[in-house]
Design a protein around this ligand. Structure first.
Ligand code: PLP
Length: 474
């Protein structure tokens, strides 16, 4: 590739340079796919040593061919291959093929979502996408949302915006302008004991601290125990604390268990609280034949939806949806250099006013491309395969004397263990990692457990059978 080309442009030589860079990178990616293992098995010390030896910022640029050669030999062979049927440790999915092409479009145009003049089509398509997503999840008129960098940012944004709304309505206090009210130490957020840690991080960032996050006990199905939850909230309320938010997890990180939105809505209403649904994981099931398992998410005041989990879109892609769009005013600020009010009065939408971020990626494009290309039936097949594979795997090991599997899956994750104790399970996972099979590990009731997070739609029952034998013998 000619190195006198810098950025892409309408000049033929720059188009040729882009074409060459992209096609040669694509060849390098495809050439690195030798077999369907997930990982080369290299140990961390060897990999660190080889990466530490790479040239980094040479005095004179080495050119594309040298960089490509290094990518081929030093980096790509040790990339984790998310598309492998032997990769299942995390809520970390392979990417749909068309969405990888969409990523190229996103990078080529490099739109930014903060102001209309940085992404006219991007802004209008995100607005349309948010409107359609609100409909899909059952929200009506007045709802709104914004794309974010991931489930953590969606959850934290929800907690901030709902806190401001609660304090404004209940205490007549403007947090945005005046900061936290004097009694802020009484504010409490209620989440499942197995909720995602983004609520703790968010509470820290909100100036409330970890102590403001009350962990509600989970029942034998790993869902919030509604009776105990109400007891805890009532006790806090009567003690003069200020419970303002409950977060239901719609698909917990390990088990995929689903808290009852209906039950938590009732509790929230009894104590004048707001309700968030963290459906970062489970929202994908809205397009499955099992959507009834999610409950009525539209009962929540806000919903986190991650597209880089069950929806199989490249990182990052998440949205925060809110039932009452005006709660996103928490993030509205005007700057003369960016989002002038006079432009907005004339119809130019500046999405920076709904977001924690300023510069922001055009991730909505990936949702548009894959939703339109696959349709409801295409996505239904993908989601049903993931959930069906979890059912199959669970049914296989639940009746196998070498394994224990404490909870029947509701989504696509199964937590299980080999009988024989923590060390046997830890050793099995490490051994498989070195063989290119990457499975998860977690703790349940104080015991080390293994975990399959099944997102990959190409995974077959035969492959699952093979994995069971590999784990048994590891
Ligand atoms: C239930 C749940 N919520 C939120 C998150 C955070 O999402 P992200 O990693 O996109 O920030 C995760 C991540 O796994 C999750 O499992």
């Amino acid at each position: 590739m000619r190195s006198d080309s810098t950025v892409i442009s309408c000049r033929e030589e720059d188009k040729a340079a882009l074409r060459e860079a992209v096609t040669s990178a694509l060849d390098a990616i495809l050439d690195s796919f030798h077999d369907d293992s997930a990982f080369s098995g290299i140990n961390p010390y060897e990999l660190r040593k080889s990466i530490s030896k790479l040239a980094f910022l040479p005095e004179h640029g080495e050119g594309w061919d040298a960089v490509l050669h290094s990518l081929r030999t030093d980096i790509l062979p040790h990339m984790l291959r998310t598309w492998s049927p032997s990769y299942m440790p995390h809520l970390h999915s392979p990417a749909l093929i068309e969405s990888i092409a969409a990523e190229l479009i996103i990078a080529a145009f490099n739109s930014s979502m903060d102001s209309w003049d940085q992404g006219p089509a991007a802004t209008e398509l995100e607005v349309r996408t948010i409107r359609e997503l609100c409909k899909l999840l059952g929200y009506g008129e007045g709802s709104d949302g914004v794309f974010t960098s991931g489930g953590s940012q969606s959850n934290i944004s929800a907690a901030i915006a709902l806190r401001d709304r609660f304090i404004s309505e209940h205490l007549g206090w403007d947090v945005k302008k005046r900061g936290l009210p004097d009694d802020f130490r009484k504010l409490r957020i209620y989440v499942s004991e197995i909720s995602h840690f983004s609520f703790d991080k968010g509470s820290h960032m909100m100036g409330l601290g970890y102590d403001a996050v009350v962990k509600l006990p989970a029942d034998h199905q790993e869902r919030i125990d509604l009776e105990k939850a109400e007891e805890i909230i009532r006790r806090d309320y009567e003690a003069g604390l200020c419970p303002f938010l409950i977060a239901a997890t719609i698909g917990t990180t390990d088990f995929g268990s689903i808290d009852s939105v209906q039950g938590l809505r009732k509790i929230a209403d009894r104590y004048g609280m707001l309700l968030h649904a963290d459906a970062a994981y489970g929202s994908g099931a809205v397009l499955s034949s099992y959507s009834g398992r999610l409950g009525d998410l539209s009962l929540a005041d806000s919903i986190t939806v991650d597209f880089h989990k069950m929806f199989l879109l490249p990182i990052s892609a998440s949205a925060l949806l809110v039932k009452d769009g005006s709660v996103l005013d928490a993030f509205q600020l005007h700057a003369d250099y960016l989002n002038r009010e006079e432009d907005e009065e004339d119809g130019y939408i500046n999405l920076v006013g709904k977001s924690l971020q300023t510069t922001r990626r055009f991730d909505a494009l990936k949702v548009y491309v894959s939703f339109r290309m696959r349709g409801r039936d295409g996505y239904r097949k993908i989601m049903d395969t993931a959930i069906g594979n979890a059912d199959y795997f669970y049914s296989r090991i639940a009746s196998d004397p070498d394994f224990i599997a404490p909870i029947k899956p509701e989504l696509s994750s199964v937590v299980f263990a080999l009988k024989g104790g923590d060390d046997r399970n830890k050793a099995a996972r490490r051994k498989l990692l070195a063989e290119g099979i990457v499975i998860g590990q977690t703790v349940f009731s104080g015991r080390t457990m293994l975990k399959f997070t099944l997102l990959n739609p190409v995974l077959t029952h035969e492959h699952i059978d093979m994995l069971i034998e590999r784990i048994r013998n590891a």
